[in-house]
Design a protein around this ligand. Structure first.
Ligand code: TYM
Length: 350
């Protein structure tokens, strides 16, 4: 069995500002994983343009969003000296491998992707081809580094399963060539999806049945990492709840999605268990709990927003971080891509 060096890869799309779903579902985990792993964290700008201009905002907005997401990574605690931070479009090997994967992946596999169905909406014929083949590029993002672990929120699980299917099919289809080129019985690892963050699925503040999302038209549905204290307090005050007081035990949250969501957010932000939160607030009115949740959120998020503002005041520095990260990323991706070309049978000049 081929063995692979542990390597973490993950990414976020620079469409709009990041919110606490991105933060609690993935980013906090990214920060922790730096202590034990080599990590590559990407701003996936090529994914951002798969939807309409109205979603990603056009060239000026995109450049601003790329810097803002980079600043959010750093402000939340990703260390650009230790981990690699870069934007996807600076490392052409992602797109190069994605083409090979377009030819490995099957239409039937992509047709099952629920995120395409959600994002394309009713008028599928009008969706871009990029939106459809997005999961193949995502597989290339991860596998061009032969990464072994991918910390993400729960909504990315299906894409990670597809990544594993693509890796497996490539390993099978090219088994003989992989062995001939000295890579044993597998060139790509089957990367593990790590979805055990403190809150793998944060729901909308306006509807407990819907995921908190950057693209929700209502800004009240999410807390952005850049919201100020007044905005955070107002959004939590207006968050949908039900008429019952909070239960004293976790099982009392069953069938109460809005209450469960707010308690999960509190527990994740305060680094407490659900039980501890309910022991403190169970039986009491939502108003007292919401006040405390606002305080916890401000205490945790205000320093991040402040640090983001400081970093964004010097865009040249942010761009330099991305350029250095891209050079380090390319140094890993290029030899892997060359090996893929050899395995597939392309001729390349040395
Ligand atoms: P994106 O940009 O939608 O989200 C970035 C990360 O945040 C997580 N997330 C959430 N977690 C909990 N609750 C929520 N409401 C919530 N909303 C978002 C996502 O699961 C994700 O971890 N396809 C990816 C980007 C991507 C990628 C990759 C990720 C492209 N290539 C390679 C990992 C590896 C996406 O659209 O994430």
């Amino acid at each position: 069995m081929a063995t692979f060096k542990p390597l973490v890869f993950s990414g976020m799309q620079p469409t709009h500002t990041l919110h606490i779903g991105n933060y609690l579902g993935a980013l906090t985990r990214w920060v922790d994983m730096q202590k034990t792993h080599d990590c590559i964290y990407c701003v996936v700008d090529m994914h951002a343009i798969t939807q309409g201009l109205d979603v990603w905002g056009g060239p000026k907005v995109l450049a601003k969003s790329i810097r803002e997401v980079t600043a959010a990574y750093i402000a939340a605690g990703v260390d650009p000296k230790r981990s690699i931070i870069f934007n996807q479009s600076q490392v052409a090997e992602h797109a190069e491998l994605a083409w090979v994967f377009n030819c490995v992946s099957r239409l039937g596999w992509l047709n099952r992707m629920t995120q395409f169905k959600e994002k394309a909406g009713k008028d599928r014929e009008a969706a871009s081809v990029g939106l459809y083949s997005y999961p193949n590029l995502m597989a290339a993002d991860i596998l061009v580094y032969r990464a072994t672990a991918v910390p993400v929120g729960e909504d990315q699980k299906q894409h990670l399963e597809l990544t594993r299917d693509i890796a497996q099919k490539f390993n099978n289809d090219f088994a003989e060539s992989i062995a001939e080129h000295g890579f044993g019985d597998a060139f790509f690892p089957l990367p593990d999806p790590l979805t055990q963050g403190p809150a793998p699925r944060v729901m909308s503040l306006r509807d407990g049945a819907k995921k908190m999302s950057k693209s929700d038209p209502s800004d009240l549905s999410r807390i952005n990492l850049t919201d100020d204290a007044d905005m955070i307090a107002a959004k939590i005050r207006k968050a949908k709840t039900d008429p019952e007081p909070l239960p004293s035990e976790a099982k009392g949250l069953a069938g109460r999605p809005e209450a469960e969501n707010l308690v999960t957010i509190y527990a994740a932000l305060a680094d407490e268990t659900t039980e501890a939160v309910l022991a403190e607030f169970g039986g009491g009115p939502f108003s007292r709990f919401k006040q405390a949740l606002g305080d916890v959120a401000v205490a945790r998020l205000a320093p991040i927003a402040g640090e983001m503002r400081r970093l964004l005041a010097d865009p040249g520095h942010v761009d330099a971080v991305l350029a250095e990260g891209a050079a380090r990323a390319r140094a890993i991706a290029r030899p892997n891509m060359d090996a893929v070309k050899d395995i597939v049978g392309f001729i390349r000049s040395a």
